[in-house]
Design a protein around this ligand. Sequence first.
Ligand code: FES
Ligand SMILES: [Fe+2]
Length: 379
Amino acid sequence: MGMFEVMQGVVPVETQGLPERFLLPANWYTDPRWMEIERRAIFRRTWLYAGDSAQLDQPGMVWAKTIAGMPLLICRDRDGELRAFHNVCPHRAALLQPEVGVQSCRQIVCPYHAWVYDLRGQLVGVPSQGQFAPSFDRQDHALQPIRLETWAGFMFVCLDDQVPPLQEHLGSIDANLGQHRTPATQLLLVKQYTVACNWKNYHDNTLCDYHVAIAHRTTLNRVQGPIRQYQHQLESFVNLLYTPTTDPWQSENPILPQLQGHSRDGFFTYGIYPNLHLLGLPNGILAWIHIQPLTVDACQVRLEVYGTPEFSPQPDALLAEFEAFMAEDMALTESVQQGYASGAYTPGPVNGLETRIVHQQQLIWQAVTAFYQGKEGNY
Ligand code: FES
Ligand SMILES: [Fe+2]
């Protein structure tokens, strides 16, 4: 079955403008054929979170990682510049660095036939080169560079040359959270979970401002405060829930002195297309929740919490706080996944507190629709 037939079979017929409160049908979360479509229509056409550049603090460091199912290499070259490549040898497709993680090396040597690349991606050595055709030229086989840009030291990659710069993608994030990272900021906590639900299901949950006062009553709800103070902002590719910090929070937390205005007063919860969340608090906490597809009904949820030790809570306290509400979310999203798979569900009505879900789902819908129409994605 071709992709167009897959699309026709599982989405509503009308593609001319979305109903105002449109939600994706259940089979977008359960039919494995969406995985490849999403990879091509979404993940290869936008900015993807790639981690903290401080992990590559010395020239010669190379980080192999998998982003949205794609094996990538991020290097700091001899001149200190960050570069990204596919972790795939142009000769016979072996993974250049098969083990995920950071290594220090002068050159990248493919384990299969030992082609050698420098950290700018140039092919600089080929065993038995004389046995290739006389026209063989090393310059024709360099690693193809992938776009890489940073915000506040955090790296993002993009496989599409047409997509506007990262700064545009991130909207108001820099204005509101650009000062939260200080020279003393450190990675305080990393936790990775495999959750038995589709990646969009977990993303929807993290965008859902309807369940917090109910499912996270004694956890996240205590930081976000009463619903009447919620403020939403929808932008091109990000959306924001802003809540003023509560009195108990303020009495327990010092505030970074350099923060101004709303950045001092509030808890910023950003949803970032396609699969990322950033939580920022005026005690210097910046927390990424990155949701990567594994299979149609499993995803990897990675939590990275950064902070400034003098101001931010201790890692143990942070772990307890984040794990509590994330455990609540995992139970809910796994239950929703079973509901989607039941065949008994069509999307119910949308509450105003679910606006951010609709916003992100519209972007997903538009990306997939544009892909089928042969257009340039969302841009
Ligand atoms: S596959 Fe890399 S050198 Fe052959
Ligand atoms: Fe939640």
